[in-house]
Structure formats: structure tokens, C-alpha cells
Design a protein around this ligand. Structure first.
Ligand SMILES: Cc1cc2nc3c(=O)[nH]c(=O)nc-3n(C[C@H](O)[C@H](O)[C@H](O)COP(=O)(O)OP(=O)(O)OC[C@H]3O[C@@H](n4cnc5c(N)ncnc54)[C@H](O)[C@@H]3O)c2cc1C
Length: 341
């Protein structure tokens, strides 16, 4: 089967490695230059261990990170690790066409997708495929071009987050506040990240209280974050965002299947997004190998076996429960952000 993978992020690269281990040679198209990634606070959940073990990078990533909820004689529940440690391990020894942007889908007379239109420094070309796998992230241009519906649910609250170069004393801490929202901290060997829910005030109002106020609030509400917060020296290390949940009723049409963030995105409090995406790659790879001459059968098999794993995570995302509670419960004094005037 000629497989074209759109997007050389974590999930596209994992799928490519897994397929190559089973004798297929997928084409990976990535619009960014080689070696590019956006650093972030990152926790690898247990859901991603098996695919990474099979790729051969799990031990390396585990050794580079810090365990979260360690268990004697067993793997920890998650690993806090420098995001680049995983991405760099996946990029090693993987053929990829960087600076290749997919701009369209090629279709046959019946409307079936039979390839992708690509733009790169040398011009434009069409690459034929029996199956196009969209691993092109939350905004997935391929998903839209394939006509696959995306349900986007903005969370009722915003998120305030930080990235600090300081290593915290513990790898993870999280606490719930009186309105059911939360504040958390994650620390790998080289730095830390924190996040909390806050009012949808817009970035200017959320950052207006200034760095000292942000640090005081974080340490007061989550004392375990003190050593991480101590590394903050500029308000530029603090970010305001308005996260949204994403789910797609269908994951494939003839010739195209979506996996990873292109197919689903969970709330920041779950920490499962990449682990579920890595599991998608593993499951799709198996479905392809078991249906080597029939891409539609591979996609149908993938959806049948993967839905019972992914759909419950989508349905029970804690962000969805707060969508139901929004406006009924209010933060206690001292927990609200930005603080009351
Ligand atoms: C701040 C932050 C913190 C996070 N923390 C965690 C965490 O702690 N734990 C966790 O499990 N998950 C976390 N996530 C989510 C996790 O990072 C993602 O689930 C994971 O990286 C998904 O990878 P992906 O390959 O599906 O998508 P992406 O990483 O978005 O990769 C998509 C790729 O497709 C490429 N692309 C897009 N369009 C085109 C095109 N037209 N042509 C060619 N290439 C294209 C992009 O350049 C990109 O490289 C976090 C995310 C963020 C933003």
C-alpha cells in the first residue's frame, strides 16, 4: 500500500517508524524545516509507552525524563520529559520530506482521494497514494480538504501557563479549586511548566497583574511549584490561551484517514492527547498491515477497533463536565484570576 503521511510531528513520525518496521515505505511530508519543533511542558502518559517501545525510543525517553506516580517494579504512570528529547529521538534515522506543504488532495473521477498536491522549493507536484494519513495537527488542513467534520468546543475558561528553566523538587503537582477548575505543575530534568484555569479575560487583562503577582498566586495555591516559579524572570514566560476540545464524528473517507491531534484534542488537565495519538498510530499501522491491499478495509478496521478506546476519553473529558457547570459555580476569593480589583 502506498501510504502518504501528512505531517511529521510526533504522531506522523511514530506511524512512519512503525510502518517501516513492518516493511512499508511511507512518504512523510512536513511543511517545517528539518529539526523544527515548538518546546512545551510535556508529560508522556502510559498510553504512549507501547508504540514508543516498538519504535525503540521508549527506554531513551524514559531515561531522559522524570517519573510521575512511580510504582515499584513497574513503569510510572507518566514521564515528565523535555519535549525535544522525544521529538529528536523520533527524527533520528527517519526519511522525511521537509519544507513540503500539502495544499490539496488529488481525486479520481469517482471523487476518491488518490494522492496529495504538494508545494516545495522546487515547485508543485502530485504524489499518488492508496491512503493519505492526516497527522497534521489540530487545525488539520487535510481533514478540512477531505470534508471530515470537526466539532470544536471552546472551554468555558481560559488557561494561564508558564515555562521556567528551573527544575522543581517534584515532577508533578496538581490541585483543584473551589469552582472545580485546577492548577498544576510539571517538571522535567531541565525545566518546568505550570498551568491553571482562569477567567476568559483576554491576554492583556490576564497578564496585567504582572510577574510578581503571578508568582505569588502560583506558590500560594500550589506550594509544590515554588522552586519552578523561582525560575521565572519575565512576564514573557507566562502565556494566556483559550483552549478548545476537538472531536470528529468520523475518522475516514475513502483514501484519507485522520489520527492524532487531527482527529481529537483533549483538555489540558487530562495530559492524554499525545498518548492517545501514539496509540492511534499503533492501531492504524496494524490495520494497514492486516489489510495491505485494501485501504478502505484498513480504515474501517481501524475505526471499529479504535473507537472503543478513544470515544470514552472524549466523552469523559473533565473540560466537558465544566462546560455543563460553567456560570453556576464561582471561584473562591484568592483563587480567581485575574484577581478582583
Ligand atoms: C502547550 C501544550 C502542552 C501539551 N502538553 C501535553 C502533555 O503534557 N501530554 C500530552 O500527551 N500531550 C500534550 N500536548 C499535546 C501534544 O503535544 C500533541 O498531542 C502531540 O504533539 C500531537 O502530535 P501530532 O503529530 O498529532 O500533531 P502536531 O504536533 O501538531 O504535528 C502536526 C504536524 O503537521 C505539520 N503540518 C500541518 N499542516 C501541514 C501541511 N499542510 N503540509 C505538511 N505538513 C503540515 C505541522 O507542521 C506539524 O509538524 C500539549 C500540547 C500543547 C500545545
Amino acid at each position: 500500500m502506498r501510504v502518504v503521511i501528512v505531517g511529521g510531528g510526533m504522531i506522523g513520525m511514530t506511524l512512519a517508524h512503525l510502518l517501516r518496521r513492518r516493511g512499508l515505505e511511507p512518504v512523510v511530508l512536513e511543511r517545517m524545516p528539518a529539526g523544527h519543533y515548538v518546546p512545551r511542558g510535556y508529560m508522556l502518559g502510559f498510553q504512549g509507552y507501547e508504540p514508543l517501545e516498538e519504535v525503540g525510543v521508549y527506554d531513551e525517553v524514559r531515561a531522559a525524563g522524570r517519573p510521575i506516580a512511580p510504582r515499584p517494579g513497574a513503569d510510572p504512570v507518566a514521564v515528565a520529559v523535555r519535549f525535544g528529547a522525544l521529538i529528536e529521538a523520533l527524527q533520528r534515522d527517519l526519511p522525511m520530506r521537509n519544507e513540503h506543504t500539502v495544499t490539496g488532495l488529488a481525486r479520481d473521477a469517482d471523487g476518491r482521494v488518490v494522492g496529495v498536491e504538494v508545494e516545495h522549493a522546487g515547485g508543485a507536484e502530485t504524489i499518488e497514494a492508496d491512503l493519505v494519513v492526516a497527522c497534521d495537527g489540530v487545525g488539520s488542513p487535510t481533514r478540512a480538504m477531505a470534508g471530515l467534520e470537526a466539532e470544536i468546543d471552546p472551554l468555558p475558561e481560559a488557561a494561564l501557563s508558564f515555562m521556567s528553566p528551573a527544575r522543581a523538587d517534584s515532577s508533578f503537582a496538581m490541585a483543584y479549586m473551589s469552582d472545580g477548575s485546577h492548577i498544576g505543575m510539571l517538571s522535567w530534568n531541565e525545566g518546568s511548566a505550570g498551568w491553571r484555569t482562569c477567567a476568559k479575560s483576554g491576554a492583556e487583562a490576564a497578564l496585567a497583574p504582572g510577574l510578581d503577582a503571578v508568582k505569588e498566586m502560583w506558590v500560594r495555591l500550589l506550594p509544590a511549584s515554588e522552586s519552578a516559579v523561582a525560575g521565572l524572570t519575565s512576564i514573557d514566560q507566562v502565556r494566556y490561551s483559550e483552549p478548545a476540545l476537538l472531536r470528529c464524528p468520523r475518522w475516514w473517507v475513502p483514501g484519507v484517514v485522520i489520527i492524532g491531534d487531527a482527529a481529537h484534542f483533549f483538555g489540558p488537565e487530562t495530559g492524554v492527547s499525545s498518548g492517545i495519538g501514539l496509540g492511534d498510530a499503533h492501531a492504524l499501522c496494524e490495520a494497514i498491515v492486516q489489510n495491505r491491499n485494501d485501504p478502505d478495509a484498513a480504515c474501517a478496521s481501524y475505526e471499529t477497533w479504535r473507537a472503543p478506546v478513544v470515544r470514552p476519553y472524549e466523552a469523559t473529558d473533565p473540560g466537558r463536565q465544566r462546560i455543563m457547570m460553567a456560570g453556576q459555580i464561582h471561584p473562591a476569593p484568592g483563587e480567581e484570576w485575574p484577581p478582583a480589583a
